[in-house]
Design a protein around this ligand. Structure first.
Ligand code: PMP
Length: 399
């Protein structure tokens, strides 16, 4: 009798499972709009020139692969902190911000969640409705009770801001509120600057603890612009704040697993104690993070020339995403569907298209176009070669 005989089969990841089904589909043309990966105009994953040049520099240096500190490469941590908080952040200058390299944005969220569970065991966690499904999964795995706050307004395809604000103002003090910095996944609906200010005021006045997830910095308006919510929270006088950021998309380093957790503390002394506990959390999980991806990012951010090239490359990705949004909206309008104009108002790699699960199923069955059943479409999977085909198929299933 096996010790594992009672183990039940867990469901496949709904999004990764979609890619498997798409790969196995023998039809042509076929399009995968399900993934959360940026593709270039030729439908290929990007190998940024800045990353390739940094790679050459590192190879030439012939570094031995020793262990790195538990909280990551110091150069990476400080460069990432400036990327997330800007060059003139008072909290950072006062030594109140702890930044630790993690295994991608997911690792940052999980280390943060474990740290919070150990520090604030009775806190509740509130996640936007809807959100990236893994938010729920990983905060629950860390032992939290999860609630939702209203976020998406299906009729306007934007943020249901009044409902969101009312929910924040009704939360128990000490609730951890997970906020998307930009390019909300899955909806593409972001807060405006004015709305961020109102959120910051509510967070401060209710005594909530914001945990900002920034997986798409640079994909909407720009590096600093996309981090504005973090600056606004701090300007409003919010004392404590966590940020999970990811280099997966912005540096196209998905498989290298590069991210960071940052925690804003009330004093430099508090920051020292917080860092020691974050290190305990990391130590108990994977001891210390991998070297290579973080060394690439530190090399790029530490060299003005490479950094300028990287910023330009992020700008190209951002520009192409916007062009594909425009292209889809224009084609759908020409096919008699002007109601999809909202796609141009949404930000980042995803759009909540408003297509029903049945319509998504028709896209798959009749056109070999794969999307998540919620109607989420990855805009960066569109290109000049498939745009007409996709627009035509959407127009047909939209009726
Ligand atoms: N947060 C959000 C909102 C995401 O969409 C993603 C990636 N899909 C992540 C976090 C995790 O990023 P990473 O791949 O760096 O773990």
């Amino acid at each position: 009798m096996s010790f594992f005989s009672s183990v039940a089969l867990a469901p496949d990841d709904p999004i990764l499972g979609l890619t498997d089904a798409w790969l196995a589909d023998p039809r042509s043309p076929k399009v995968n709009l399900g993934v959360g990966v940026y593709y270039d105009a030729d439908g290929r994953q990007v190998l940024p020139e800045s990353v390739m040049r940094a790679e050459a520099t590192l190879t030439a240096r012939r570094r031995a692969r020793s262990y790195i500190p538990i909280d990551g490469l110091p150069d990476y941590d400080s460069a990432t902190q400036r990327l997330v908080f800007g060059e003139d952040c008072a909290a950072a200058a006062e030594g109140r911000v702890v930044t630790a390299q993690t295994l991608g944005g997911t690792g940052a969220l999980r280390v943060g969640a474990d740290f919070l569970k150990a520090t604030l065991p009775f806190a509740k966690v509130a996640i936007s409705q809807p959100s990236w499904p893994n938010h729920q999964v990983l905060f629950r795995a860390a032992g939290f009770e999860i609630g939702n706050y209203p976020y998406y307004h299906a009729d306007s395809h934007g943020v249901d801001f009044d409902a969101m604000l009312a929910a924040l103002l009704a939360m128990d003090a000490g609730t951890v509120v997970l906020l998307h910095a930009c390019c909300h996944n899955p909806t593409g609906a972001d807060l405006s600057t004015a709305q961020w200010r109102e959120v910051a005021g509510a967070v401060r006045d209710r005594g909530l603890l914001p945990f900002v997830d920034m997986a798409y910095q640079g994909f909407d308006r720009g590096i600093a612009e996309d981090a504005q919510g973090i600056a606004i929270l701090l300007e409003a006088g919010v004392e404590n704040l966590l940020v999970a950021n990811s280099c997966s998309k912005s540096f196209s380093l998905y498989g290298e697993r590069v991210g960071a957790l940052s925690l804003v503390c009330a004093s430099a002394d508090e920051a020292r104690r917080v860092r020691s506990q974050v290190k305990q959390t990391i130590r108990a999980n994977y001891s210390n993070p991998p070297t290579h991806g973080a060394a690439l990012v530190a090399t790029i951010l530490g060299d003005p020339d490479l950094r300028a090239q990287w910023e330009e490359e992020v700008g190209q990705m951002r520009g192409r995403i916007k062009a594909m949004r425009n292209g889809l909206v224009a084609r759908l309008a020409a096919l008699g569907h002007p109601e999809f104009a909202f796609i141009n108002r949404q930000a980042g790699m995803f759009t909540y298209s408003g297509l029903s699960p049945a319509q998504v199923q028709r896209l798959r069955d009749e056109f070999a176009i794969y999307a998540v059943s919620s109607g989420r479409i990855c805009v960066s999977a569109l290109n000049e070669a498939n745009l007409d085909y996709v627009a035509d198929a959407i127009a047909r299933v939209a009726g």
